[in-house]
Design a protein around this ligand. Structure first.
Ligand SMILES: Cc1ncc(COP(=O)(O)O)c(C=O)c1O
Length: 331
């Protein structure tokens, strides 16, 4: 049997999730008449202490809509150099929103307030690009599922309020940060103007993300979502999977984190550096490591010539983690 640690997006809906999907009450969501979508949006907004939320097909679309709510064409967003919005959304923010980006670099994807303050450009009329938003990612995917301390986000919020800059949080795996730290979801909501969360990563739903913010932000995002071709119809079938995931798959993320630390140890990575469900393994022989793991029935992903990534998730049991650890420790 193969143990697939390439990503937490690989999970398949559980039987109870499929039943919830099959039984979902649905309507036309472009008309605002899908009761299951409305319930998901209401619930997620409330979880973060925000006014409203909007269901989107992907995290990438949620990020595009969220950042566009803060940045006009010809303005800039600042983010960490390996942020998903900068590296892995294929230029969508530049292509659709017409914004530019500048980045600070932190190996653990952390907020570097000093660097942000140095880069920040106020409105200087027709001379320089104006900074109108900062985007942070929690947990940080390419930095290895690292958590951003809430104190850092609060300090960023205070500074952003002083200068009048908007804050976006890419919270595709914010659930993991919440479970790892015990920080309430509303505290994250309080720190930012707009955030995105995913249901289809650690939470195990087949599809779906949400943008969460003020009623005005969400109303504007609803228009932009339609423009991008993201107006969906009887999509309560998918929202039902999300509601099921919120009921059953949040607290269990602690298991994924324990499994990740176990796998880190097997790979010679200090488990204390593993905050959540992602393990980054530096290997000069990344390709050989991936091949060797595959021969042992374990799939892992190269994320560069010298880096391999392992991700634990809903479909990896303790037994799977133990078995994978045996294979990986031999490499
Ligand atoms: C941090 C982060 N943000 C956003 C996304 C985008 O999600 P999607 O693949 O649903 O577009 C991902 C996907 O892996 C991610 O890791």
């Amino acid at each position: 049997m193969t143990i697939d640690l390439r990503s937490d997006t690989l999970t398949r809906p559980t039987d109870p999730m499929r039943r919830a999907m099959a039984e979902a009450e649905v309507g036309d969501d472009v008309y605002g008449e899908d009761p299951t979508v409305l319930e998901l949006q209401r619930r997620v907004a409330e979880m973060f202490g925000k006014e409203d939320a909007l269901f989107t097909p992907t995290g990438s679309m949620a990020n595009v809509l969220a950042v566009a709510s803060l940045v006009q064409p010809g303005q800039e967003v600042l983010c960490e150099a390996s942020a998903h919005i900068a590296r892995a959304e294929l230029g969508a923010h530049g292509a659709f929103t017409g914004l530019t980006m500048r980045t600070w670099r932190d190996p653990r994807g952390q907020v570097d307030l000093g660097a942000i303050q140095e880069m920040y450009a106020p409105d200087m009329g027709p001379f320089f690009v104006r900074t109108t938003a900062v985007s942070v990612e929690n947990t940080h995917n390419f930095a290895g599922g690292t958590v951003l301390p809430i104190e850092d986000l609060q300090a960023l919020r205070s500074w952003a309020d002083e200068v009048g800059v908007g804050l976006h949080l890419d919270g595709a795996r914010l659930w993991n940060a919440h479970v790892a730290t015990g920080v309430p979801l509303t505290s994250y909501g309080d720190c930012v103007d707009v955030l995105s969360v995913c249901l289809s990563k650690g939470l195990g739903a087949p599809v779906g993300s949400l943008i969460v913010g003020t009623a005005d932000t969400v109303a504007e995002a609803r228009v932009r979502r339609k423009r991008l071709g993201g107006g969906m119809r009887q999509v309560g079938i998918l929202a039902a999977a999300g509601l099921h995931a919120l009921d059953h798959h949040v607290e269990r993320l602690a298991d994924d984190h324990a499994h990740a630390r176990l796998l880190a140890e097997a790979c010679g990575v200090d488990p204390a550096t593993v905050d959540t469900n992602i393990v980054v393994v530096p290997r000069d022989d990344a390709a050989a490591f991936v091949d060797g793991a595959r021969e042992g029935g374990v799939l892992v992903a190269p994320v560069g010539p010298r880096v391999v990534r392992l991700v634990t998730h809903l479909d990896i049991s303790r037994e799977d983690a133990d078995a994978a650890a045996v294979v990986l420790s031999k490499l």
